[in-house]
Design a protein around this ligand. Structure first.
Ligand SMILES: Cc1cc2nc3c(=O)[nH]c(=O)nc-3n(C[C@H](O)[C@H](O)[C@H](O)COP(=O)(O)OP(=O)(O)OC[C@H]3O[C@@H](n4cnc5c(N)ncnc54)[C@H](O)[C@@H]3O)c2cc1C
Length: 371
């Protein structure tokens, strides 16, 4: 199996952070998976395209980057079954399907990353999520060295969640995803921005609109390093929301099952005055407060400090804890955000702007920095 020692990961993560791993493996077949050394006892991380990954320390653990490729299509009377290797690029898959006249994935266009990572957090956008079309997931288990097929129900998809982040976490890797895409198709225009389209719009027109909307709102990681939405939208109880709403009547909110309410993390960050905030080489995007951007830092800890600062400010104002969606990878493997130390905390100064605790006086970095 192809593998490399002392591998530089800077071009393998969309935050463009410098990190090295002692070894990286690129398994591309079942036989190669079975050759993987006993890694479960050691620290290791499965890497797709690194668009939802933050290397927090200069050293990363051993990495496995699956290289399963290929797209197979089986046509049935009323639907298509599409099986895709984990290493295929998600957006390329969406374009490929539309070119073949297979519709349904157009709302998920331009989501960066690999197909293998898509079920892990049940990727979603513009009113559609992977779970809507996922039929099954092929998953290799490290301990038994066997392949398993998990049905959609067994994957236990939820908002940015699945069994691969829960019970099956770190116990194996996804090699293939199978989607079921019905031939009977209707545009899903429920989401704001798409409702401007005519109801008889084609799938290609929907995809073009999704791409236009995303490109206008989200920075391209190739031009400005980022990992998309950094925090998940927080979910609170209806009782807690009622209290918040008294103080903030215009607070956006989305009712969920079980008497819970989803809040908009971007709105909370913006209300905390942090949209466009910049601290040296890292900051909050000017148009999209949920996206943290790296203007030129090599150090993952800088992003952690910024995220902790945002978390503190939002908690102070709303008593709501923002939880990152991005995965935090240390030399010892993945860690929870709360367990990470804030090595260079960002502090407020007396006039409400923020300065680096270690920077020279007057280096105010709120909003329009000259960096
Ligand atoms: C600009 C931008 C916009 C984004 N917009 C969206 C959006 O609209 N909706 C959305 O849901 N996400 C969005 N994201 C997040 C990201 O695109 C998804 O999380 C994507 O699925 C990550 O794919 P990846 O291959 O880069 O995963 P990585 O970052 O490499 O890994 C992410 C997680 O998946 C695991 N993983 C990766 N491959 C496998 C595998 N084969 N088997 C098992 N586990 C695996 C990793 O261990 C890790 O836990 C955005 C990111 C960016 C940069």
């Amino acid at each position: 199996m192809h593998s490399k020692l002392n591998y530089a990961l800077q071009s393998s993560n969309s935050f463009n952070i410098k990190a090295n791993c002692p070894q990286i493996y690129f398994p591309s077949s079942f036989a190669e998976l079975q050759q993987l050394p006993e890694l479960t006892a050691k620290h290791c991380y499965i890497l797709g395209e690194g668009t939802n990954t933050l290397f927090v320390e200069p050293q990363a653990p051993i990495i496995i980057q699956p290289k399963f490729t290929g797209i197979d299509i089986i046509e049935q009377d009323d639907h298509f079954v599409v099986s895709i290797g984990a290493a295929e690029n998600w957006h390329h898959l969406v374009c490929f399907c539309l070119e073949q006249g297979i519709y349904g994935l157009e709302n998920l266009a331009l989501i960066p990353g690999s197909v293998g990572a898509a079920p892990v957090q049940n990727i979603g956008a513009y009113g559609v999520e992977l779970a809507d079309y996922c039929q099954e997931v092929q998953w290799y288990e490290f301990a038994s060295k066997t392949m398993h097929v998990l049905t959609k129900q067994e994957c236990r998809f939820a908002y940015r969640d699945s069994i691969f982040k829960q019970e099956r976490y770190n116990q194996g890797l996804i090699t293939q995803v199978t989607l079921k895409l019905p031939k009977a198709w209707q545009a899903n225009l429920s989401y704001a921005g798409l409702d401007a389209l005519a109801t008889d719009s084609t799938a290609k027109q929907v995809m073009a609109q999704v791409i236009a909307l995303r490109s206008s709102k989200l920075p391209d990681p190739k031009e400005l390093a980022n990992a998309g939405s950094f925090f998940k939208n927080p979910i609170v109880s209806a009782a807690d929301f009622a209290q918040l709403q008294q103080q903030y009547p215009s607070m956006p909110h989305y009712p969920q099952p079980n008497d819970q309410i989803k809040l908009a993390a971007a709105w909370l960050i913006e209300q905390a005055g942090l949209k466009g905030f910049r601290h040296h080489h890292v900051g909050v995007h000017r148009q999209q407060a949920l996206v943290l951007v790296n203007y030129g830092s090599d150090v993952g800890g800088d992003i952690v400090s910024l995220a902790k600062y945002i978390q503190r400010k939002v908690a102070q104002q709303f008593s709501v804890t923002l939880i990152p969606e991005v995965r935090m990878i240390t030399e010892q493997g993945e860690r929870s955000f709360s367990s990470l130390s804030d090595i260079n905390p960002i502090r407020d100064n007396t006039n409400g702007n923020s300065v680096n605790a270690n920077s020279t006086a007057g280096n105010i970095t709120n909003g329009s920095s000259n960096d």
